[in-house]
Design a protein around this ligand. Sequence first.
Ligand code: C2E
Ligand code: CA
Ligand code: CA
Ligand code: CA
Length: 268
Amino acid sequence: SLATDTTINVYDPRSEEEQNLQHFLILDLDRALRTGGIHLAYQPKICLRDNRVIAYEALIRWNHPDYGLIRPDQWIPFAEQVGAIHGVTLWAIERAVQDLPRLEQKAGRPVMVAVNISARDLARSDFHSEAQAILSRYGVTPNNVMLEITETAVMRNADQARQMLEKLSRAGFRIALDDFGTGYSSLSALASFSLDELKIDRSFLTDIPTDAIRQRIFHTAVELGEALDLRIVVEGVETAAVADWLQRYPGLCGQGYYWGRPEPLSIL
Ligand code: C2E
Ligand code: CA
Ligand code: CA
Ligand code: CA
């Protein structure tokens, strides 16, 4: 049953009602992808040194005719569980590379587009070829595309993840480790993955302008990213106070409501 697997952090049904809702949703998934009920919102990643946009992250949005706006956390884990996520990933990659020229127009300069992928995608032995095939249809090269995978997803099956990230990286894709600091990976484990970017989870920013201990913890995360020679993106920057505090790390990048909320391309 859905509830018995405690070793992996997936869907945890809270009520029968909720579970039924998720089943109904997934039945609608293909139609929603085809007919525009599901779309992508884009949130900028900013260079702290000059406030320039370096990338846009695609975040999926589902506007359901019966249930309204459904947050990704409410259905993505279930889609992963029932094996429906891979189609979503390929759809998101396709839509994101289609949108890339217009994102570059908005930014006024070359940018990357980032797409969130799941552990299930890494289990598909030909994912790198599928992804590459989509890009070539739009004349986009993989080095313009950042694939974001959470630390937890990577550590769930580290050998499998290592192999696929290596293939994706050799194909030219950029790889970001998402929600870093929530997945308990060791420095040596991190060093064994083909990574380009470390996204420091937003939980690190709690009380950061005033709490000396938290500042030291944050500093350790930054040093780790630097030791691995990764680009570092600080997630969840909401206020000027936090953005100002971060100025002591001018080499970092940031993302958060302070610089921009995720918005559909039409109103970005
Ligand atoms: P994530 O990849 O870590 O994305 C960041 C989440 O934080 C997004 O939530 C974003 O809207 C939110 N956020 C951005 N800036 C701020 C801020 O300053 N403060 C706060 N409190 N939140 C901020 P969202 O869009 O609800 O997405 C939640 C998660 O769902 C994502 O976390 C990602 O893991 C997953 N997700 C979203 N789109 C996709 C997708 O296309 N495919 C897959 N597999 N997962 C996706
Ligand atoms: Ca992400
Ligand atoms: Ca994240
Ligand atoms: Ca997250």
